[in-house]
Design a protein around this ligand. Structure first.
Ligand code: SAM
Ligand code: SF4
Ligand code: SF4
Length: 380
């Protein structure tokens, strides 16, 4: 089966329009997307707020070799913590079935995440299977990169398009604090270099900015990556889950950071690459590359959110801040075929009305009290 070329990344992009027929259904709730050259057909679904499903994030496992305090604080995720067992986790075959069905509903972007996805020893095999699915235009991996250097070339060869690497500071001490005392900065940098050599680009560098912890090192980090072609994205510390002790005062609003960066290097804003892109993009006026701001707390972007998330135990979540998901593992293990699984997925998506960040903005107090799914279970 043919895989689409990377050039076609971005739903509705010019190249794709040339190759793909789109037919809107009479009831306007779904449309048929057909790419004749790839023998591919999808029935696009739209949720209750008219948002399509374009993006599936797949969390491979809930374990991690870091203990970033904003995600898996050591005090909560200690040696005795009960992570999922192998039999509780979806197998690669089961993940491939969900991904395949998702592409038939219009998903064109897949992201592998976790926990730490590189702890999955057979990752290249899964990448190969996902890359071969018709309709997959963009296949990316989010990783802390500590295990990336030895495997980057193999992942690229298996069909991975690009990587996003989480790196919160170029200051050794601050980096160690932000990784929960587990990470080695030099090893992460070696991972980035290996990804670059393997052509896993554009490489994005995710930086969670926390007031009083790493905000004073942001300019140094930007300086390091200026001119490399890698895109640094400054992310507001989010209230994902209930275990990271999030307080609004720890959030550095993107507009504050933007002003700080502008003072040092003038920036020019760029258009979004595609509808639903989460980062607000800027370019250094002096031509040294691009940076992005992800402002889920102060400037929510729920209106264009087209992402679903699959946890490693097979729960499907339709929001990063979800309090409930739908179990896909049980129907899969009871033998659901693609059509049956597709019906379940489209029903979930058609009912979706999530917009947590917009509600948080208006301080709907009860939302803060709810028990939300943790980030390490569904990835970023
Ligand atoms: N372990 C991999 C990594 O760190 O890249 C993948 C999983 S991690 C949960 C995915 C992304 O979520 C990372 O870029 C991480 O920085 C981000 N993240 C985790 N907790 C966060 C929080 N509370 N606020 C904002 N971003 C967060
Ligand atoms: Fe692990 Fe990634 Fe969470 Fe850090 S952000 S603890 S690396 S899953
Ligand atoms: Fe999407 Fe939920 Fe984030 Fe809004 S809060 S952008 S619906 S994941």
């Amino acid at each position: 089966m043919a895989r689409r070329s990377k050039k076609h990344a971005g739903f509705g992009g010019q190249n794709k329009e040339q190759r793909v027929r789109i037919v809107q259904n009479a009831d306007m709730t779904s449309k048929i997307i057909a790419d004749d050259s790839a023998g591919y057909i999808a029935h696009e679904v739209r949720d209750a707020l008219d948002r399509p499903l374009h993006d599936l994030r797949i969390s491979l496992l809930d374990r991690c070799n870091f203990r970033c305090p904003y995600c898996m604080p050591e005090t909560e995720f200690h040696d005795d913590y009960q992570f999922l067992t192998r039999s509780q986790r979806l197998t690669h075959k089961e993940i491939l079935q969900v991904a395949h069905v998702a592409t038939q509903l219009g998903v064109s972007k897949l992201r592998l995440t976790g926990g730490e996805p590189l702890l999955d020893k057979k990752l290249p095999e899964l990448v190969r299977g996902l890359a071969a699915l018709p309709g997959v235009e963009d296949l990316a991996l989010t990783t802390n990169a500590i295990l990336l250097a030895p495997i980057a070339a193999e992942l690229a060869e298996a069909g991975l398009h690009r990587v996003t690497i989480s790196l919160d500071s170029m200051d050794e001490q601050v980096f160690r604090t932000m990784s929960g005392g587990r990470g080695e900065l030099a090893t992460v940098l070696a991972g980035i270099k290996a990804a670059e050599e393997a052509g896993l680009s554009p490489i994005k560098i995710n930086v969670v900015v926390e007031r009083g912890v790493n905000d004073h090192t942001v300019l140094e980090l930007l300086d390091h990556f200026r001119g490399t072609g890698h895109i640094v994205r400054l992310i507001e510390f989010m209230d994902v889950g209930n275990r990271n002790g999030w307080r609004r005062m720890q959030v550095v609003p993107s507009r504050e950071l933007l002003a700080k960066v502008q003072e040092r290097w003038p920036l020019r804003s760029l258009d979004r690459n595609y509808p639903g892109e989460v980062a607000r993009r800027y370019q250094y006026v002096d031509g040294q590359g691009e940076i992005g701001f992800i402002s889920s707390v102060t400037e929510p972007f729920c209106g264009s959110c087209s992402r679903a998330r699959l946890s490693s135990d097979g729960m499907l979540y339709t929001c990063l801040f979800a309090t409930q998901g739908t179990d896909l593992r049980e129907p899969i293990r009871n033998g659901a075929n693609d059509d049956e699984l597709g019906d379940i997925l489209s029903r979930i998506w058609l009912q979706r009305a999530d917009r947590y960040s917009e509600l948080r903005r208006s301080d709907v107090a009860e939302h803060h009290a709810l028990s939300k799914v943790e980030m390490y279970r569904i990835g970023g």
